[in-house]
Design a protein around this ligand. Structure first.
Ligand code: NAX
Length: 327
């Protein structure tokens, strides 16, 4: 067994938290030989519920769970952590405008970014799940000036996994037959699920699906999947979101498969003509704990228009929260 690593999860008493913590503790994220100490952050009124979750975690007697810290203090939650999954966020309430939502989340992600800056390991890997995930990640990153900006990422992996599953279902392939799917941009309905470079059983995906299905069914289904789940379940995606968060962190820490890539919301370096700084979904490979944007993909007019539309939304979101950035 390796030395334990510390993994912070915020919103730990919520529904994604309940699907996520047991899998992290069981070794699904970092492997069966990597013990973890969980640091769980919640708001004060949720601490009693969180205690119940801690009791259940302990009752599983996981070999890889070497301790649990449960707290309502971000300075304690992020102390010396190697990984941080920021799940807790303010949901959009009735009549709440996007501006109010960004503001309410700023009040969560600015102080959490600062606490990560002050207390986490310098190599910390942060994944923001709480919506609006890309811009929340930008707020946290902008309040952590002492850390490498690339410590901060946002989750578009659920959209990536949804795209794989839709393609597999349509073509009768296995999920493992699908490679090199990309989610460009924002985790919102402007995201662009791109299969121009994807393959199914080693052959180009676009030769195995027709353009009308790709444009008229596939893209909107992936973009609107979250809403479809809320309609069907009466609650937003939880187990699939937790699973995607585990996939994102595992690939970042342990690497991506040879010949494939994953989609990650990461700080743009200007690649593919995207505004530098915004947290944008890109195709990434990971090695030795670092991600790299897949370069040199041909972008046609169809893709360009969609990549620009989702970038525009991210620039607008950024403009709405710039006053929250640390000076
Ligand atoms: P829940 O409302 O079940 O849980 C959220 C938890 O966060 C609550 O227990 C709450 O007490 C806690 N919380 C609120 N403010 C906090 C703070 N300042 N510090 C610590 N904890 C805090 O929501 P859940 O279904 O778990 O969803 C969590 C977030 O994930 C939401 O913002 C949701 O929109 C987002 N999602 C993101 C997805 C993605 O792909 N990026 C997909 C799934 C999900 O919709």
């Amino acid at each position: 067994m390796k030395a334990p690593v510390r993994v912070a999860v915020t919103g730990a008493a919520g529904q994604i938290g309940y699907a996520l913590l047991f899998r992290i503790a069981a070794g699904d994220m970092l492997g069966p030989d990597q013990p973890v100490i969980l640091h769980l952050l919640e708001i004060t009124p949720a601490l009693p519920a969180l205690q119940g979750v801690v009791m259940e975690l302990n009752d599983c007697a996981f070999p890889t769970l070497h301790g649990v810290v449960a707290t309502d203090d971000a300075n304690v939650a992020f102390k010396d952590v190697d990984f941080a999954l920021l799940v807790g966020a303010r949901p959009r309430g009735p009549g709440m405008e996007r501006k109010d939502l960004l503001e309410a989340n700023g009040a969560i992600f600015a102080p959490q970014g600062k606490a990560i800056n002050d207390h986490a390991k310098r190599s910390v890997k942060v994944l923001v799940v709480g919506n609006p995930a890309n811009t929340n990640a930008l707020i946290a990153q902008s309040n952590a000036p002492d850390l490498d900006p690339n410590c901060f990422t946002a989750m578009v992996r659920l959209d990536h996994n949804r795209a794989i599953s839709q393609l597999a279902e349509k073509t009768g392939a296995l999920n493992t037959d699908i490679a090199q799917v990309t989610i460009w941009g924002n985790h919102s309905s402007t995201q662009y699920p791109d299969v121009h470079h994807a393959s199914i059983k080693g052959k180009p995906a676009l030769e195995q699906i027709d353009q009308a299905w790709y444009e008229g069914t596939f893209i909107p289904t992936v973009q609107q999947r979250g809403a479809a789940i809320i309609k069907a379940r009466g609650a937003s995606s939880a187990a699939s979101a937790a699973s995607a968060a585990i996939d994102h962190m595992r690939n970042w820490a342990l690497g991506t498969a040879e010949g494939d890539w994953v989609s990650m919301g990461i700080p743009s370096d200007g690649s593919y003509g995207i505004e530098p700084g915004v947290i944008y979904g890109y195709p990434c490979t990971c090695k030795d704990g670092k991600f790299a944007i897949v370069q040199g993909l041909a972008i046609n007019e169809f893709s360009r228009a969609r990549m620009d539309a989702t970038e525009k939304e991210l620039r607008e979101e950024r403009a709405g929260v710039e006053h929250l950035f640390a000076k």
